[in-house]
Write a protein that binds this ligand. Sequence first.
Ligand code: ADP
Ligand code: MG
Length: 711
Amino acid sequence: MKASRRAAPALAGGATPVKALRGVGASVAEKLHARGLVTVQDLWLHLPLRYEDRTRLTPIRQLQPGVPAQVDGTVEAVERGFRYRPLLRVAIGDDSHATVVLRFFHFRAAQVAQFRPGVRLRCFGTPRPGQHGLEIVHPSYRVLGETEEAVLGEALDPVYPAIEGVGPAVLRRLIGQALDLLPDAATLELLPASLPGLAQLPGLRDSLLVLHRPPADADLAALDAGTHPAQRRLALEELLAHHLSLRRQRLAQQALSARALDGPGVLARRLRERLPFALTGAQQRVFEQVRADLARPTPMQRLVQGDVGSGKTVVAALAATMAVERGCQVALAAPTELLAEQHLANLRAWLEPLGIQVAWLAGKVTGRARVQALADVASGQAQVVVGTHALMQEGVAFHDLALVIVDEQHRFGVQQRLALRDKGPAHGHVPHQLVMTATPIPRTLAMTAYADLDVSAIDELPPGRTPVQTVAVSAERRPELVERIRAACAEGRQAYWVCTLIEEPEDEGKPGQGMKLQAQAAERTFAQLSEQLPGLRVGLVHGRMKASQKQATMRAFKEGAIDLLVATTVIEVGVDVPNASLMIVENAERLGLAQLHQLRGRVGRGAAASSCVLLYQAPLSALARQRLDVLRQTSDGFLIAEKDLELRGPGELLGTRQTGLAAFRIADLARDAGLLPQVHALADHLLAHAPDTADRLVARWVGGASRYAAA
Ligand code: ADP
Ligand code: MG
């Protein structure tokens, strides 16, 4: 019965639900679904994390520590003991006249009974140095029959990312079944070898088969590094699909209409005249680009990249005046209340003298104030509305929203941006969108991650900034730093101490765990520094504090009532405190360059010479040293971003969190950056010559893309 159901044409191929596979009942299906594995195609794309080579035997004498190997051996001795916990040690030897110890900490009585001297075993594992020569902890093993001529594997064994509740053997079997349903190459392949650049890579079907069942002679090193042609082929297709989905989204946007905000720019001119500074060349250029976009009757979708302190806010304010001049409303959303508050203060100072009403709508605006703010927004009385993503919640209705400005885009997902934009389809128009980010992104990456947006860069800082002097110092020299803080504060300056603690991979499944540890580390440092610096007023902010508490502390720091602020990376996008001239960052070697650069941007905002001390745990690897050197040598955010990509380390430049893109299954923007020019060229080609193929690719890899197009 089941078999015939599986064979039904409607279910053939990748769309077949995993439920249709043999051995998948409701409970296994649920476990698979929880990991996003819903169809057979999802299983095809659930690629091994690594491989085990059971295609050959290694003589015990030739085992090397750290190198996984398969051995055949005869049990020579068994020792069962207890040292802190139960322990089983089995020594096996072979005709290379060497022995290796198999060591078990968890075992059943039946297992112990298997290991009688003289029994032959086949084992696989990674040897490491033990008390008496090499040992293998918890090898996988199988007892060989007395006369059994055990055959060797023909392909490398895939090791899949674990799925809770589905054992590795079951998962392997299910993926095997899924692979049996792979259609022939002609049916499966959407990117024929005749397309530019594809002749050098294997086809999709071959790539999948190679990755799930690599032949014995496959290049294991390339597979481990993710650079095998089969992996590149899949990454290429995936990147292409994502890129196409964003391009599609953009085309769909351009078919919509928006209010042409093409006024004479009187308000903008008055604002510029009132500013205490002249715009930089870059600010002027970017504003002109924005203004040209706004004047068109199609929605602007522009990303403005500008290093911390490059002066993005005033460009946003100028853009806002263009909407106000046409009688429309503007919404400005920031990722944190602190940052939104700062925008509010700036915009009020700049716009209210021009007769523009600026409303405030954040989570903490409640009761009557909220009712009033909502009413003002709905009636159009409030021309500019500043807030956090509370702005994106339902229940906020605008009178005539024509421009949406989102600050620090990487904290918002594409979905959130769309939600805010959807607030404005008044009179058949959608609002223009201006996205501002302080994370400089190399051009090729921006073209992929933000293919739905035009990108402008404010690549020049306002004059008069003294560059931040950056040094890298071993954590052993911490006492000197305490003195340095004392000296800086004695001169009336303020300082930041940034505690960082990176989540260990095991914490991945437990969001909040990392934040908890970070908070604890910050609390410890706070206690220590308070004790070591008795004359100073020390404050503490971390992510586990109440928002009101955090803000009160940040405000006190801004007002000069706190000398030294101990903080976690929550201050990354934070308040502008020009008097702060010293920053110390712990475990700097473990942070991404872009993140360090952003942190550093919190100092050097005033006229005083500022410094940033990057504390690291010695010894520093050559790569880590190189990475920290980049920060010492330049303060150009774009250059830093390029280097970050080149010298990739922990703390990736572009995680999905930053791009708001769906997670990639296979591609890795940093590792596969070299593929991007080809991705862009292929996308152009497909959109021009094979739009149906483009649709099918998007459907295969991104799925929900049609949601964007329709949004
Ligand atoms: P960011 O790009 O990091 O958001 P801001 O908009 O907060 O930067 O600007 C940083 C500081 O520089 C603010 O105090 C702002 O008033 C000031 N500023 C902006 N543009 C100029 C300029 N052209 N000349 C001098 N100061 C400027
Ligand atoms: Mg800003």
